[in-house]
Design a binder for this molecule. Structure first.
Ligand code: SAM
Length: 291
């Protein structure tokens, strides 16, 4: 959109948003969540943040920008971040990832267990949005491991957005969102409600812990993960943030683990601690597999 077109849009708008207010908002979301918002996202910022102006009865974006710089900034932070995150997701999104899990990783774990007795599996869905990704992982893992063979598997599902996490915890989805789920999984792990919505059964839910976690803050994580999903969130971050995250993932992943990114995301480079083993699937550069 040209500058002129932008101005015209502004004239018709209920609230004004001058350059300084836009700059303050984009700097604040970068500082708080690592999300990069450039000039081309002005309309998006307006459409998302206008809800906060209405909720707080503020007259314009300039007042909201002042709030973000004042004493109440910390109190506003959660709602501000929630307004600006993009949560699009789907069950079995990028199905080749789940095929790799099923056909390569799970057989490896089963073989490894025969040699080492290790039946403990930890998976992290690190930008889990409304839950479709961790529940998909859970369906595939439950199918492989819930047969009374003593497997101990758990999924940590985290996201920065508290509203979307609440939705994820409920595990309730309308029928439109479920088309991608193979019928066998649907019958086993979802229950249909009277209003046509579905709810994930407690057998799956019991394997998942949902928590708020900002990828750019401290990670209160003590465990080493066998698999980390960090899909379709790197696209919002700049190169230095991505590099720092990749190094932190390398430290959090076991030596024989796998890291999954989204379809348009790549972390390769001379000094990357990972190498590519499948479409946006990585393993540690110096992988140590026991079998
Ligand atoms: C587009 S969704 C991707 C969901 C899922 N991983 C997928 O691929 O379908 C991106 C998610 O990243 C979350 N997010 C954005 N910035 C984040 C941050 N700094 N820390 C943690 N999560 C973040 C958003 O709240 C959103 O739910």
């Amino acid at each position: 959109m040209t500058a002129l077109a932008n101005e015209n849009v502004q004239e018709d708008r209920e609230f004004s948003m001058d350059d300084a207010a836009f700059k303050t908002i984009s700097e604040a979301i970068y500082k708080q969540a690592g999300i990069v918002i450039d000039e081309t996202k002005r309309e998006l910022v307006y459409a998302r943040v206008v809800r906060r102006l209405r909720a707080l009865s503020l007259p314009d974006f300039e007042s909201y920008a002042q709030l973000l710089q004042g004493a109440n900034a910390v109190k506003e932070s959660k709602d501000f971040i929630n307004a600006l995150t993009t949560n699009h997701t789907r069950f079995f999104r990028e199905p080749h990832h789940f095929e790799f899990l099923q056909n390569t990783i799970i057989p490896y774990w089963k073989k490894r267990a025969k040699f080492t007795g290790n039946k403990r599996i930890r998976v992290w869905s690190s930008a889990s949005s409304s839950g479709e990704e961790p529940y998909t992982l859970a369906m595939v893992l439950a199918d492989a491991f819930d047969r009374g063979e003593g497997w101990d598997w758990k999924i940590l599902a985290t996201d920065i957005d508290t509203n979307i996490l609440n939705k994820a915890k409920q595990g309730r989805y309308d029928d439109l969102g479920l088309e991608e789920i193979p019928p066998g999984y649907k019958a086993r792990y979802l229950k249909q409600n009277d209003d046509k919505s579905f709810i994930v059964n407690s057998e799956l839910k019991n394997h998942i812990t949902f928590n708020r976690l900002n990828l750019h803050s401290a990670w209160p994580i003590k465990t080493e993960f066998d698999v980390i999903f960090c899909r379709n969130v790197f696209i919002y971050f700049d190169p230095p943030s991505k590099k720092s995250l990749v190094d932190r993932f390398a430290k959090t992943l076991s030596n024989d683990g796998w890291l999954f990114l989204g379809h348009s995301e790549s972390i390769l480079g001379d000094r990357s601690p990972f190498k590519l083993v499948g479409r946006t699937i990585y393993e540690p550069r110096h992988v140590e597999r026991t079998i």
